[in-house]
Design a protein around this ligand. Structure first.
Ligand code: LLP
Length: 409
């Protein structure tokens, strides 16, 4: 059960009332439930427990170091895509032997860092990248474990801007290129091809594309005749943001993964981000102004697209919850917007909403994944605070950025 819920008409995160927090802390702020993070991690692992996978949390979904520390304690590894994420993951206590490094454009410095830190795998996305990793490994007198990322040419039904597994996408190697890459491995003296990896997109709510991907992997592994020590199945597991969203059921997929693992006697890796952190947070904001439009009312929040980008970027639907529920209705449609000087700085429009007043607090729901991590200083606004609740205890895990530090450059 979620720890973010109403008690009578009051929104609570674990044992703390959001109203009370909003009277103590400057809004807007991100507010996490530690209990939800732990539950999500355990339930994800439980789903695949018969395959005994290594879970490498996708740090891009949420890179707060305190959150990484919580996940580390649960046994998580990390999927990183930059030198910064790599250093943060290590700083959080995650062992390099549980870190995989993905991304199409790793720089020389990032590659050198990853090699020096002896991470589990660098997931290679092109032959030219492998040439560079081989060269740097030689300079450092190391043999580096790599994975090769497959582009399986699978169209996973999700938002077109977060799909990664089609032939036209920049990620991974096509089937034919991957096979010819494997045949050339003997020219890379300083590399060891330990893994094959794949990631077909994000917010996928149907298990079929995952199953199809497994089939493609099966076909490719047979063709390469390579015994891969690891098969990295990526992330992409969707969550329900909208009432009518289908709930992802991974039962059958999980059975197929188990069979696959047995067949190839390999270790399975997953790189979930959203499934672990998505539904663990609210963005608490204040209604700065109410403004009458010609056919709707605008509730102008003090949080904007700089704090939370998903709606502006992907037209993502995130519900907005009143912090105190009432039974009165608002007159006519109500649109929640932010203060940033862009038309896309808006969140959601309701035909009917409860009566809302200026200075009321509301909470944007399910913002744990790609919320804080995608936020920016656009319009020279400071990054907002992040708070986490564990039962009745609150901890500030990021202080609101100091405006003084922002205005000097
Ligand atoms: N592994 C790789 C190689 C990835 O590129 C990603 C996400 C993940 C794992 C984690 O995917 P997840 O389990 O979170 O779906 N900003 C967008 C999502 C971009 C995802 C990028 N890659 C959003 O807010 O929806």
């Amino acid at each position: 059960m979620s720890n973010i819920r109403y008690k009578k008409n009051n929104l609570f995160v674990e044992n703390i009332s959001v109203k009370k927090l909003a009277s103590q802390i400057v809004t807007p702020f991100y507010l996490y439930s530690e209990g939800n993070i732990v539950e999500n991690y355990k339930s994800f692992l439980n789903n695949f427990k018969r395959s005994n996978p290594l879970i490498c949390f996708s740090v891009k979904a949420n890179s707060n170091i305190q959150i990484l520390k919580i996940l580390k304690k649960l046994g998580s590894g990390a999927d990183v895509v930059s030198g910064g994420e790599l250093l943060k993951a290590i700083k959080s206590g995650i062992k390099p032997s549980k870190i995989v490094f993905s991304g199409v454009g790793k720089t020389e410095d990032e590659i050198r860092l990853a090699i020096k830190k002896n991470i589990l795998l660098i997931n290679v996305e092109s032959e030219n990248e492998a040439i560079l990793i081989n060269k740097i490994s030689g300079q450092l007198k190391k043999r580096t474990s790599i994975g090769v990322r497959l582009n399986p040419d699978i169209n996973a039904p999700t938002h077109k801007k977060i799909s990664t597994g089609k032939a036209e996408d920049k990620f991974g190697l096509s089937k034919t290129n991957l096979i010819s890459f494997c045949l050339k491995m003997n020219k890379f003296d300083n590399l060891r091809l330990d893994a094959i990896s794949v990631h077909i997109g994000s917010q996928i709510l149907n298990e079929n594309p995952f199953k199809k991907t497994l089939k493609v992997l099966d076909e490719i592994i047979k063709k390469t005749k390579i015994k891969f020590k690891f098969v990295d199945l990526g992330g992409g597991f969707g969550i329900t943001y909208k009432k009518n969203d289908q709930k992802l059921n991974l039962k059958n997929y999980s059975k197929l993964v188990e069979k696959f693992k047995k067949k190839y006697n390999c270790n399975i890796i997953f790189e979930p981000g959203r499934a672990i952190i998505g539904n663990t947070a609210l963005l608490v904001a204040k209604v700065q102004y109410l403004k009458k439009g010609s056919n709707k009312t605008f509730a102008i929040l003090n949080a904007g697209m700089n704090d939370f980008m998903r709606t502006a970027l992907y037209d993502a639907v995130h519900n907005i919850l009143p912090v105190i529920k009432n039974s009165k209705k608002n007159n006519g449609p109500l649109e929640f917007v932010g203060p940033i000087c862009e038309t896309t700085c808006k969140f959601i429009k309701y035909k009917k909403y409860q009566k809302i007043n200026q200075s009321d607090h509301v909470a944007i729901a399910d913002v744990g994944a790609y919320g804080a991590s995608l936020s920016s200083n656009y319009n020279t606004k400071p990054l907002i605070a992040e708070i986490i609740i564990n039962k009745s205890k609150k901890r500030i895990i990021r202080k609101k950025q100091n405006l003084k530090n922002l205005i000097n450059q």
